[in-house]
Design a protein around this ligand. Structure first.
Ligand code: FAD
Length: 464
C-alpha cells in the first residue's frame, strides 16, 4: 500500500473556535479526529489532509459569519460538499478549517411555468432529479455519484456526466446563484429570468471556480422536459475508432440519444471481477459503447434502425426492461469503484478532439509504461464528448511522472487536461498546458478581487 499525499496542520488563533461555536452551535463544530477523518481524506484515498475543525453551517447568514470570522483571524477554509470530487480540491491539505455545506439542504418547489427549481448547495443531485421527476420535469445533469454529490459541488466543478451530449454541463443548467464571496459579501441572483443581460454573468464565473472565489450557497436550476420512455443498448466493436465513429453517427441520426459511453475490454474484465457480473456477449470485443435513447414515446424502433445503419458493430445487446438496462449501465458505471479497489489511482480526466480520441487512447498505455513500467492504465469515458478518464494504478500518490507525460500528450493533441473534474490540487502544476500566461494572470486578478485574503480554497486551481 502506498502512502497518500498528506497535509499539515498549523495552530489556530486563540478564540476563533469559540467564536465559530457561537455562530454554529456546538453540535455543528466537529473536532473529534474520528469524526473529522471522513472530511479530510478524498474519495480516491490519494489525498489526505488534516484539520482542527469541521464547520457545518445551516444558512447563508451562518456561512457569511464564518467567512467573516476567518478573514479577521487570517484562517483559510477548505470548502466541501459531499467530498466525491476526484482532484483533491475538497480536502484540507494545508490544514484549513473544513467548511461543509451539506446542511444547506433546502430544495424549493418546482416552478411549473418556467420549469425551474432553487436548490441549496447541500442538496444531493439525486434529490434534484427526484423532485423534478415528481413535478413532471427532469434535471439534465446525471452521474454515478448522484446519491451524494451536492448541487454546490456540481456548480463549483461545473460537473459534466452522462447526459452532456444532450443537455450540456452544469453551467448550461444554471440560471442564477447565491454565494458568499471571499470578500464577505453575499450576492443573490435567483429570479431565474431566462433573458437577463445586465452585466457580468456571476453564475458562469462561479461555476467551475472550484471554491476559489467564494461559497456557493444556492443555485437556480433549469429543468428539461421529461423523456420517460428509455431504451439502453450495449454495442461491441473491433476498436475504439469504430466505437467513436458510431457514437457520432448515432448522435446525428437520433435526436433522442442521451448517452454514449465508452469502455474497453480490460475495464470490463475488471468490473466483472469486482462486481461478479456475467459477460455481456459470448465473445470479447476490444471496445464497447453503451447508448441510451430517451423520448416521450418508446424510442426502441428508432434506436434499432439507427444501430442497423451502423458499420462495424460486432454484437448488440438491447435491454428490454429496467433490470437489464441497470445491468448494462453497471458495466460502465462500476468502473470508478472497481478501479479504486486496486489502490489510490491517479485520475486524469481529459478531452481530446474527437478525431484524435482513438489514437490518443492507443498511445496512452505506451506513454505510461515508458515512465512507470509497473503501472496499469484504465481508460473509459464519454465518447460523444471526446472525454476519456485515464486512470493509472500502481504508482505512488505523489509520483507525478505519469501525470506529466499523459497531460503533455493531451496538450500535443490540442486537448484539455480537465474535461469535467476540475484542476483541484491534482493538476494545478499543469494549468499552463491549457491556459496562457495572460489567462492565468486574469484568473489571479479575479481571485484577488473576489477573495482578497485568500480565505477560500487557497491551494486549489491556480499554480503556486
Ligand atoms: C463514482 C463517481 C463518479 C463520478 N462521475 C462524475 C461524472 O460523470 N462527471 C463529473 O463531472 N464528475 C464526476 N464525479 C466527480 C464528482 O462527483 C463531481 O466533481 C461533483 O461535482 C462533486 O460534488 P461534491 O458535492 O462531492 O463536491 P466536493 O467533492 O465536496 O467538492 C468539489 C470541489 O468543489 C468545491 N465546493 C464544493 N461545494 C462547494 C460550494 N458549495 N461552494 C463552493 N465550492 C464548493 C470544493 O472545494 C472542491 O474544490 C464522480 C465521482 C465519483 C466518486
Amino acid at each position: 500500500m502506498t502512502k497518500a499525499v498528506t497535509g499539515t496542520q498549523p495552530g489556530l488563533p486563540a478564540g476563533l473556535l469559540a467564536e465559530l461555536r457561537e455562530v454554529l452551535g456546538a453540535p455543528h463544530l466537529l473536532t473529534d479526529p474520528e469524526v473529522t477523518a471522513s472530511f479530510t481524506t478524498d474519495w480516491t484515498g490519494r489525498f489526505v489532509g488534516a484539520t482542527a475543525a469541521v464547520l457545518r453551517p445551516s444558512s447563508t447568514a451562518e456561512v457569511a459569519a464564518v467567512l467573516s470570522a476567518c478573514r479577521r483571524h487570517g484562517v483559510a477554509l477548505c470548502l466541501q460538499g459531499a467530498n466525491t470530487g476526484l482532484v483533491g480540491g475538497g480536502v484540507p491539505l494545508q490544514g484549513e478549517l473544513v467548511l461543509s455545506l451539506r446542511r444547506l439542504a433546502t430544495l424549493g418547489p418546482v416552478d411549473p411555468l418556467s420549469g425551474q427549481v432553487t436548490a441549496g448547495a447541500g442538496v444531493p443531485l439525486a434529490d434534484v432529479q427526484a423532485t423534478a421527476r415528481a413535478a413532471g420535469w427532469a434535471y439534465g445533469v446525471d452521474m454515478a455519484s448522484r446519491q451524494s454529490a451536492t448541487v454546490g459541488g456540481t456548480v463549483a466543478t461545473n460537473a459534466g456526466g452522462l447526459r452532456v451530449l444532450r443537455y450540456g454541463d452544469t453551467r448550461a443548467q444554471l440560471l442564477g446563484v447565491e454565494a458568499v464571496l471571499g470578500t464577505g459579501q453575499t450576492v443573490s441572483h435567483l429570479a431565474g429570468l431566462v433573458k437577463d443581460n445586465t452585466g457580468y454573468h456571476l453564475p458562469s464565473l462561479l461555476c467551475g471556480s472550484e471554491g476559489t472565489l467564494g461559497v456557493v450557497t444556492a443555485a437556480r436550476l433549469r429543468l428539461v422536459p421529461p423523456a420517460p420512455e428509455r431504451v439502453v443498448a450495449l454495442l461491441g466493436f473491433g476498436g475504439v475508432g469504430p466505437a467513436v465513429a458510431a457514437a457520432g453517427a448515432l448522435r446525428r441520426r437520433l435526436g433522442s440519444l442521451e448517452a454514449a459511453e465508452l469502455f474497453v475490454a480490460d475495464g470490463l474484465d475488471l468490473v466483472r471481477r469486482v462486481t461478479g457480473a456475467g459477460p455481456p456477449f459470448a465473445r470479447t470485443h476490444p471496445a464497447y459503447l453503451l447508448v441510451e435513447a430517451a423520448a416521450a414515446s418508446d424510442p426502441t424502433d428508432d434506436l434499432a434502425q439507427a444501430i442497423g445503419s451502423l458499420e462495424a458493430v460486432g454484437d448488440v445487446a438491447v435491454a428490454v426492461d429496467s433490470v437489464r438496462a441497470a445491468e448494462l449501465w453497471r458495466y460502465r458505471e462500476a468502473h470508478t469503484e472497481a478501479i479504486n479497489t486496486l489502490g489510490a489511482p491517479h485520475k486524469l480526466d481529459v478531452t481530446l478532439p474527437l478525431g484524435s480520441l482513438a489514437e490518443f487512447m492507443d498511445r496512452v498505455p505506451g506513454v505510461v509504461a515508458a515512465v512507470a513500467p509497473e503501472a496499469r492504465c484504465w481508460l473509459f469515458g464519454h465518447a460523444a464528448d471526446g472525454n476519456v478518464h485515464v486512470n493509472v494504478t500502481g504508482v505512488g500518490p505523489d509520483d507525478e511522472r505519469v501525470d506529466e507525460s499523459v497531460l503533455a500528450l493531451v496538450a500535443d493533441y490540442g486537448g484539455s487536461i480537465s474535461a469535467e473534474h476540475g484542476i483541484g490540487v491534482a493538476k494545478r502544476r499543469w494549468l499552463g498546458l491549457n491556459r496562457s500566461e495572460a489567462e492565468i494572470a486574469t484568473f489571479r486578478a479575479i481571485k484577488s478581487a473576489l477573495d482578497p485574503d485568500g480565505v477560500c480554497n487557497p491551494g486549489v486551481l491556480l499554480p503556486n
